[in-house]
Write a protein that binds this ligand. Structure first.
Ligand SMILES: [Zn+2]
Length: 173
């Protein structure tokens, strides 16, 4: 099977492509000619998708290395044409990279949650770290009620759970 078609048939990969490229992106991927390289204008003409949307999708895919181009110059006019082809075979690398970035973000958040002590005004739902709570004398600046300690254990547990799950699927665990 064609790698793009195969990717689009996998619900998880399809969801990922939809998240990065949207409805119009998926639309282009589904209609992208199976063979050869194509200019953005040709793609717009053959798929019926408007040119701006085609370009937007191509750049989005390019950033994830899921599309590549080569450039040809018309020697008479000096005009450049970009010919595109899909590289959906890079999809697993793209997903791994994104997951690594999410993992980094979650790990930073985990560290922040572990290193800080939190206080809350339950009425106003305002959260303070220890130094900020100390600055306001453990009194809510909005309603003047005393702040209570905020237990972030559940949040930390769910962060750890998500971190472990990502590490496992990245093969780090
Ligand atoms: Zn308050």
């Amino acid at each position: 099977m064609d790698p793009t078609e195969e990717a689009l048939n996998d619900p998880a990969i399809r969801a990922y492509l939809h998240r990065i490229a949207g409805d119009e992106g998926l639309n282009l991927l589904e209609r992208f000619p199976k063979e050869g390289e194509h200019s953005d204008e040709d793609l717009a003409a053959t798929t019926g998708i408007n040119l701006n949307s085609v370009r937007h999708t191509l750049y989005t895919l390019y950033e994830k290395r899921l599309a590549e181009y080569h450039r040809i110059k018309n020697n008479e006019t000096g005009w450049l044409t970009y010919l595109w082809q899909l590289r959906i075979d890079h999809i697993y690398d793209a997903i791994r990279e994104d997951m690594s970035m999410v993992l980094e973000k979650l790990s930073r958040r985990e560290k922040y949650e572990e290193e800080n002590d939190f206080y809350i005004c339950k009425d106003c739902q305002i959260l303070f770290t220890f130094p900020l709570a100390m600055n306001v004398d453990f009194t809510c600046p909005e309603c003047k009620k005393p702040l209570g300690h905020f237990d972030n254990e559940m949040l930390l547990r769910s962060l750890k759970f998500r971190i472990e799950a990502i590490k496992k699927s990245l093969g780090h665990a």
